[in-house]
Ligand binder design. Structure first.
Ligand SMILES: Cc1cc2nc3c(=O)[nH]c(=O)nc-3n(C[C@H](O)[C@H](O)[C@H](O)COP(=O)(O)OP(=O)(O)OC[C@H]3O[C@@H](n4cnc5c(N)ncnc54)[C@H](O)[C@@H]3O)c2cc1C
Length: 291
């Protein structure tokens, strides 16, 4: 399959190290467009070639099959998508901005309200697509508007009212998110720093960061913690192949010994079955599984 040279489309491109799980085979095609016209062209050609398109952020919420992904994987890694600026009382940031950088920027500008995102290892685009959150806050609450590209190649600016956010779900996931304008309040740098440290400490105490992982594997059922339910099934430490349920946080699966995607999927099935048998509850994955 031929692509215009300027698009720099790579063939059979390894994705494993593009994910925090360190699992997965290659993308049939992979590209990092340098700007919006290139991105549009990639979409148009994929449509013509009938290729599925996947958007990759920092790969921190993904399980990719060892067989890889048929189609085109696009990562918005270019500088054009990493802009960040203060605009009146708001922060405008590109979708490839890492949340850590976003928080540091807000702190430098004495803008508060984003600190709860500290320690989430994703990009702004991934966070908006997932409505990422923690400690009772979700990023969707901060959105004033988002600039997106439709699968039809149309650029749109969506106001908060035009976007639906729910628990780890957002209608923005139907688009390619390019940038967003986020609300923030005036605060003191010292107060913001204190909040960030508070959240990072709480995270260190509860999460397991010793081995590659993708954060929480399952969504919490209403008013319940998926981690506690898995723990109550006595599954902490259980493994299939190289995939282990964390001893510290039962909703984390760790890639300890070169786990395959199949190891993780089998372990997920085992968890679902045991939780369903014991509590009559169905767990739904929070992570995205490609393809
Ligand atoms: C140690 C650890 C801790 C975590 N803690 C939390 C937490 O506290 N709260 C939480 O909510 N999550 C948490 N996560 C999960 C993850 O970090 C978040 O969901 C994050 O927002 C995903 O961002 P990403 O850039 O890595 O997205 P990816 O994993 O690359 O992609 C996730 C989804 O978003 C889509 N996507 C990515 N970028 C775009 C874009 N520009 N446009 C459209 N769609 C896009 C992808 O197609 C995919 O469907 C954690 C993960 C880890 C590894």
């Amino acid at each position: 399959m031929n692509w215009p040279k300027e698009l720099k489309v790579r063939v059979n491109y390894p994705l494993k190290n593009k994910t925090t799980f360190r699992i997965g085979g290659p993308a049939q095609f992979f590209s990092e467009p340098k700007d919006i016209p290139e991105l549009k062209l990639l979409l148009e050609l994929s449509r013509k070639k009938k290729l599925p398109v996947y958007i990759l952020g920092a790969g921190s919420n993904l399980l990719i099959s060892d067989k890889g992904v048929r189609g085109l994987v696009i990562q918005l890694g270019a500088l054009r998508f990493k802009d960040i600026a203060r605009e009146n009382g708001f922060i405008r940031a590109g979708s490839a901005v890492l949340l850590g950088r976003l928080i540091r920027f807000a702190q430098g500008e004495s803008l508060q309200g984003l600190e709860f995102l500290a320690g989430i290892p994703g990009t702004l685009g991934g966070a908006l697509a997932m409505n990422a959150g923690c400690w009772g806050h979700n990023i969707g609450d901060l959105v004033k508007e988002a600039q997106v590209l439709g699968k039809d190649g149309r650029l749109r600016t969506l106001s908060a009212k035009q976007i639906r956010f729910a628990y780890r779900k957002s209608s923005l996931a139907d688009y390619i998110i390019l940038s967003a304008r986020l609300k923030a309040k005036k605060g003191s740098q010292a107060g913001i720093k204190k909040n960030i440290n508070k959240y990072l400490t709480a995270r260190r105490l509860t999460q397991d960061l010793t081995w590659p992982n993708a954060g929480c594997i399952f969504k919490n059922p209403r008013n319940k913690s998926a981690g506690s339910l898995i723990d109550l099934c006595g599954l902490k430490g259980r493994n299939i192949g190289g995939a282990f349920i964390s001893q510290r946080h039962a909703n984390f699966i760790l890639n300890k010994k070169k786990a395959s995607s199949g190891d993780v999927l089998r372990l997920m099935r085992l968890i679902k079955k045991q939780v369903s048998n014991k509590f009559n509850l169905i767990l739904h994955p929070e992570i995205k599984i490609w393809p």
